[in-house]
Design a protein around this ligand. Structure first.
Ligand code: HEC
Length: 119
């Protein structure tokens, strides 16, 4: 993790030196540094208890009812999720899914998680 942050900071500095605007450089570096493999670990820890496949997972069961089989109920099988959608639900919550604070899932971890689920 630490190394990745240093790399991300370095990338932003290089982009900045190349004359991009600060905002664009930040967005680009956040997306470039998003690591789906790390995101998978975030998912396993925070999301799988509710969103893993099969019975006993309230998120999966709720999505089964919501979509009635038109979309896969387990999030990892979805192909329609964008990083933006994932980030919005994670920070805002929905029904029995409480919003996740930045002390629980940092912005960097959320980028990884969103990249993983949007794959
Ligand atoms: C306490 C159980 C619980 C946890 C933990 C949880 N969720 Fe959820 N999640 C739900 C429920 C319940 C819904 C609502 C499903 C519905 O609308 O019927 C939901 C909905 C969602 C949706 C909306 C999907 C859609 O198509 O409407 C996304 C995206 C999502 N969760 C992502 C996550 C991610 C990513 C995590 C981990 C950071 C997570 N959730 C953790 C229970 C949970």
């Amino acid at each position: 993790m630490k190394v990745r942050h240093i790399v991300a900071a370095f990338g932003a500095a290089v982009l900045g030196a190349m004359g991009s605007t600060g905002g664009v450089a930040q967005v680009a570096s956040a997306q470039d540094s998003a690591d789906a493999a790390d995101g998978r670990q975030v998912f396993e820890y925070w999301c799988a208890p509710c969103h893993a496949p099969g019975p006993g997972h309230p998120g999966t069961q709720s999505l089964e009812l919501k979509y009635g089989g038109n979309l896969p109920a387990p999030l990892e099988e979805r192909e329609d999720l964008t990083p933006e959608v994932v980030k919005t639900f994670v920070r805002q919550g929905i029904l029995s899914m409480a919003p996740f604070r930045k002390t629980e899932i940092t912005d960097a971890e959320l980028e990884d998680l969103a990249a993983y689920l949007a794959q």
